[in-house]
Ligand binder design. Sequence first.
Ligand SMILES: Cc1cc2nc3c(=O)[nH]c(=O)nc-3n(C[C@H](O)[C@H](O)[C@H](O)COP(=O)(O)OP(=O)(O)OC[C@H]3O[C@@H](n4cnc5c(N)ncnc54)[C@H](O)[C@@H]3O)c2cc1C
Ligand SMILES: NC(=O)c1ccc[n+]([C@@H]2O[C@H](COP(=O)([O-])OP(=O)(O)OC[C@H]3O[C@@H](n4cnc5c(N)ncnc54)[C@H](OP(=O)(O)O)[C@@H]3O)[C@@H](O)[C@H]2O)c1
Ligand code: SF4
Ligand code: SF4
Length: 506
Amino acid sequence: MAFAITQTCCSDATCVSVCPVNCIHPTPEERAFGSTEMLHIDPKSCIDCGACADACPVDAIFPVERLTGGQREYARINAAYYEGEDHRPEQPVRGPVFHDWGAPSFDRVLPADFGPLRVAVVGTGPAGMYAARDLLLHTPAEVTLIDRLPVAGGLVRYGVAPDHPSTKKAGESFARFLTHPRVRLCLGLEVGDGGVTADELAAHHDAVIYAVGAPEARRLGVPGEDRPGSVAASEFVAWCNGHPDVAPDAFELSADRVVVVGNGNVALDAARLLVSDPATLQGTPIAAHALAGLRRGKVREVVVLGRRGPQHAAYTRPELLALKHLSGVDLLVDDHDPAVGAAIDGAADQDKAAVLKDVRREAVDWSLPPAADGRRRIVFRFLSAPAEVRGEESVRAVRVTGAAGEAEIPAGTVLRAVGHRGTPLDGLPFDESTGTVPNDRGRVTGRPGAYVVGWIKRGASGGIGANRVCATETVGSLLDDAASGRLPAPTGSARSFRRLARRRGR
Ligand SMILES: Cc1cc2nc3c(=O)[nH]c(=O)nc-3n(C[C@H](O)[C@H](O)[C@H](O)COP(=O)(O)OP(=O)(O)OC[C@H]3O[C@@H](n4cnc5c(N)ncnc54)[C@H](O)[C@@H]3O)c2cc1C
Ligand SMILES: NC(=O)c1ccc[n+]([C@@H]2O[C@H](COP(=O)([O-])OP(=O)(O)OC[C@H]3O[C@@H](n4cnc5c(N)ncnc54)[C@H](OP(=O)(O)O)[C@@H]3O)[C@@H](O)[C@H]2O)c1
Ligand code: SF4
Ligand code: SF4
C-alpha cells in the first residue's frame, strides 16, 4: 500500500524534502512545479514510511487504504500522474535516492563577521511568514513582523473558507514563528494611512520586505455592478471568517438565487458555503454571525458564471471534485450552448472538464424560480459573460451574453469572484496595469533595501504553497545584497522603532 496526496494540498513541497525515496513530484526543481494543481505520490515507489504525512502542514496525505468517500478518487489521481508521457517526472523515482555528495553549498549563509540584520516584514499572510521563517531559520536576523490587522495570518485566517479546516492548519505552522525570540510582533500597525511610513521603516531597519497581498477585488466593468446586493465574493468569505472590516450584518441572504461571477476557486468556495447545510458548518471556525445568517438565509440555488468554457475554468480539479460530494446539493450544467456539452464530452480523463461528465445537463428556464424540492443546487453556466447587473433599489437580475445569445438570470445577490489586485503603498512604485510593485527577483525597482513577496510581487495568483518558492527567491536577493554591501544603513535603533510603533499602532 502507498500514501496519496489529496484535496487540500497547497503545493508547498514540504513533503518532497522528507521523502526518503524521492517519489513525490513535481519537485520545486522540476519544470512542472507550479503548473500542476497539487503534488503526487508515485504508488509504485512509495515505501509507506509516513514521513510525508507527518510533515504536511495541511493534513493532505493519507494511506490509500484509509481514503474514504470523495477522497478515494485521489489514489487514482496520484497514480495517473506517473502514467502519461507528459507527466513523467524528470528524475528517475525507482528505489532509494543516492545523493552525489559534491562540494557543500549553503545558500542562506552570510559572511561570519556579519552582524544580525534587522529586517521588517510587512504582512503576516503566507508570503510574509515564509519570508520570516526563511530568515529566522537560516540567518541570525532580527525580524519585526507588522500587520494592519489585530490578528496575524492574512488570507489563511480571513480568506481560506472555514469549511477547509485542514488548510487553515497551515496557519499553525506559521504561528510558531510569531513567538520566536528574534521576532518583534506589531499587530494593528498599518504601513501608510496614519501608521508608520515606508521611509520610517527603512530608517529603522537594514531591509524591509513588503508582503501586503492584493486586497482589492477586481471589478466587472459592467453597468449596475455597484447596486446594493452586488459585492465581492472575497468580502462574503471574509464575513464568514469574521474579518474585522466586514460588519456582522453585511449580508442578508434573503433571495433564493445568488449569481457568482467567475470560475476560480474563490467562486467555488463562495458557492459551496452558500449551499452547504449550515449544520455541517457548525464546529468549523465560521463566525457565529455568518452561521446564523446562513441558517436564516433563503438561498437554494447558486449560479456559477464562467465567461469561457469548462475546459478553461480557473478552478482546480480537487475543488470541483469536492462539490460533487456535498450532501443535499445537486450539480447541474446549463445546456444553453452546444459548445458546453461538446467540451465536456470531448475532454480527456485528466482534463478538469471531464469531472463534469457525469453531472446532469439541462437547458435551464430562467423565468422559473429555483426548484422548491428541499434540495439546493449549484448551476454551472459557461460561455456567458456578465453584461449588466439589473435592478432598481437593489440587484434583481444579471444579464449575460455569449455566442449562443443573451439571458437574464433573476438573482437577489451577485458575488464578484473575478480575481484581485494589489493597491499602491505610499513610498513604493506601483504598476497600475498589473496591480503589483515593480521588482526584479523581489528587489523593489529604484528603492534599495525594499523587497516584495507574495501576491503584491507576482499578482493575485497561486495558493498558499506558491508563496514559499516566491519567498525563497526574495530572501535570496536580500541576502545577496546584504553580503555585497548594497543595503542602506539604518539611522534609527530598534528601540526607537518600538517607541514609534507603540505610538502609531491601534
Ligand atoms: C478568499 C480566498 C480563499 C483562499 N483559499 C485558499 C485555499 O483554500 N488554499 C490555498 O492554497 N490558497 C488559498 N487562497 C490563496 C492564498 O490565500 C494566497 O496565495 C495567499 O494568501 C497570498 O499570500 P500573501 O501573503 O501575498 O497575501 P495575504 O494573505 O493577503 O497577506 C497580506 C497581509 O498583509 C497585511 N497588510 C496589507 N496591507 C498592509 C499595510 N499597509 N500595513 C500592514 N499590513 C498590511 C494584511 O492585513 C495581510 O495580513 C485563497 C485566496 C482567497 C482570496
Ligand atoms: N482551495 C484553494 O486551493 C483556493 C481557494 C481560493 C483561492 N485559491 C487560489 O487563489 C488564487 C485566486 O483565486 P480567484 O478565484 O480569486 O482568481 P482566479 O483563479 O484568477 O479566477 C478568476 C476568475 O474570474 C474570471 N474573470 C475575470 N474577469 C472576469 C470578467 N470581467 N467577467 C467574468 N469573469 C471574469 C476568470 O475568467 P478567465 O479565465 O476567463 O479570465 C476566472 O475564471 C488562485 O490561484 C486560486 O487557485 C485557492
Ligand atoms: S501541502 Fe505541501 S506537504 Fe502537503 S501534500 Fe501538498 S506539497 Fe506535500
Ligand atoms: S510515505 Fe514515505 S515513501 Fe511514501 S511518499 Fe511519503 S515520505 Fe515518500
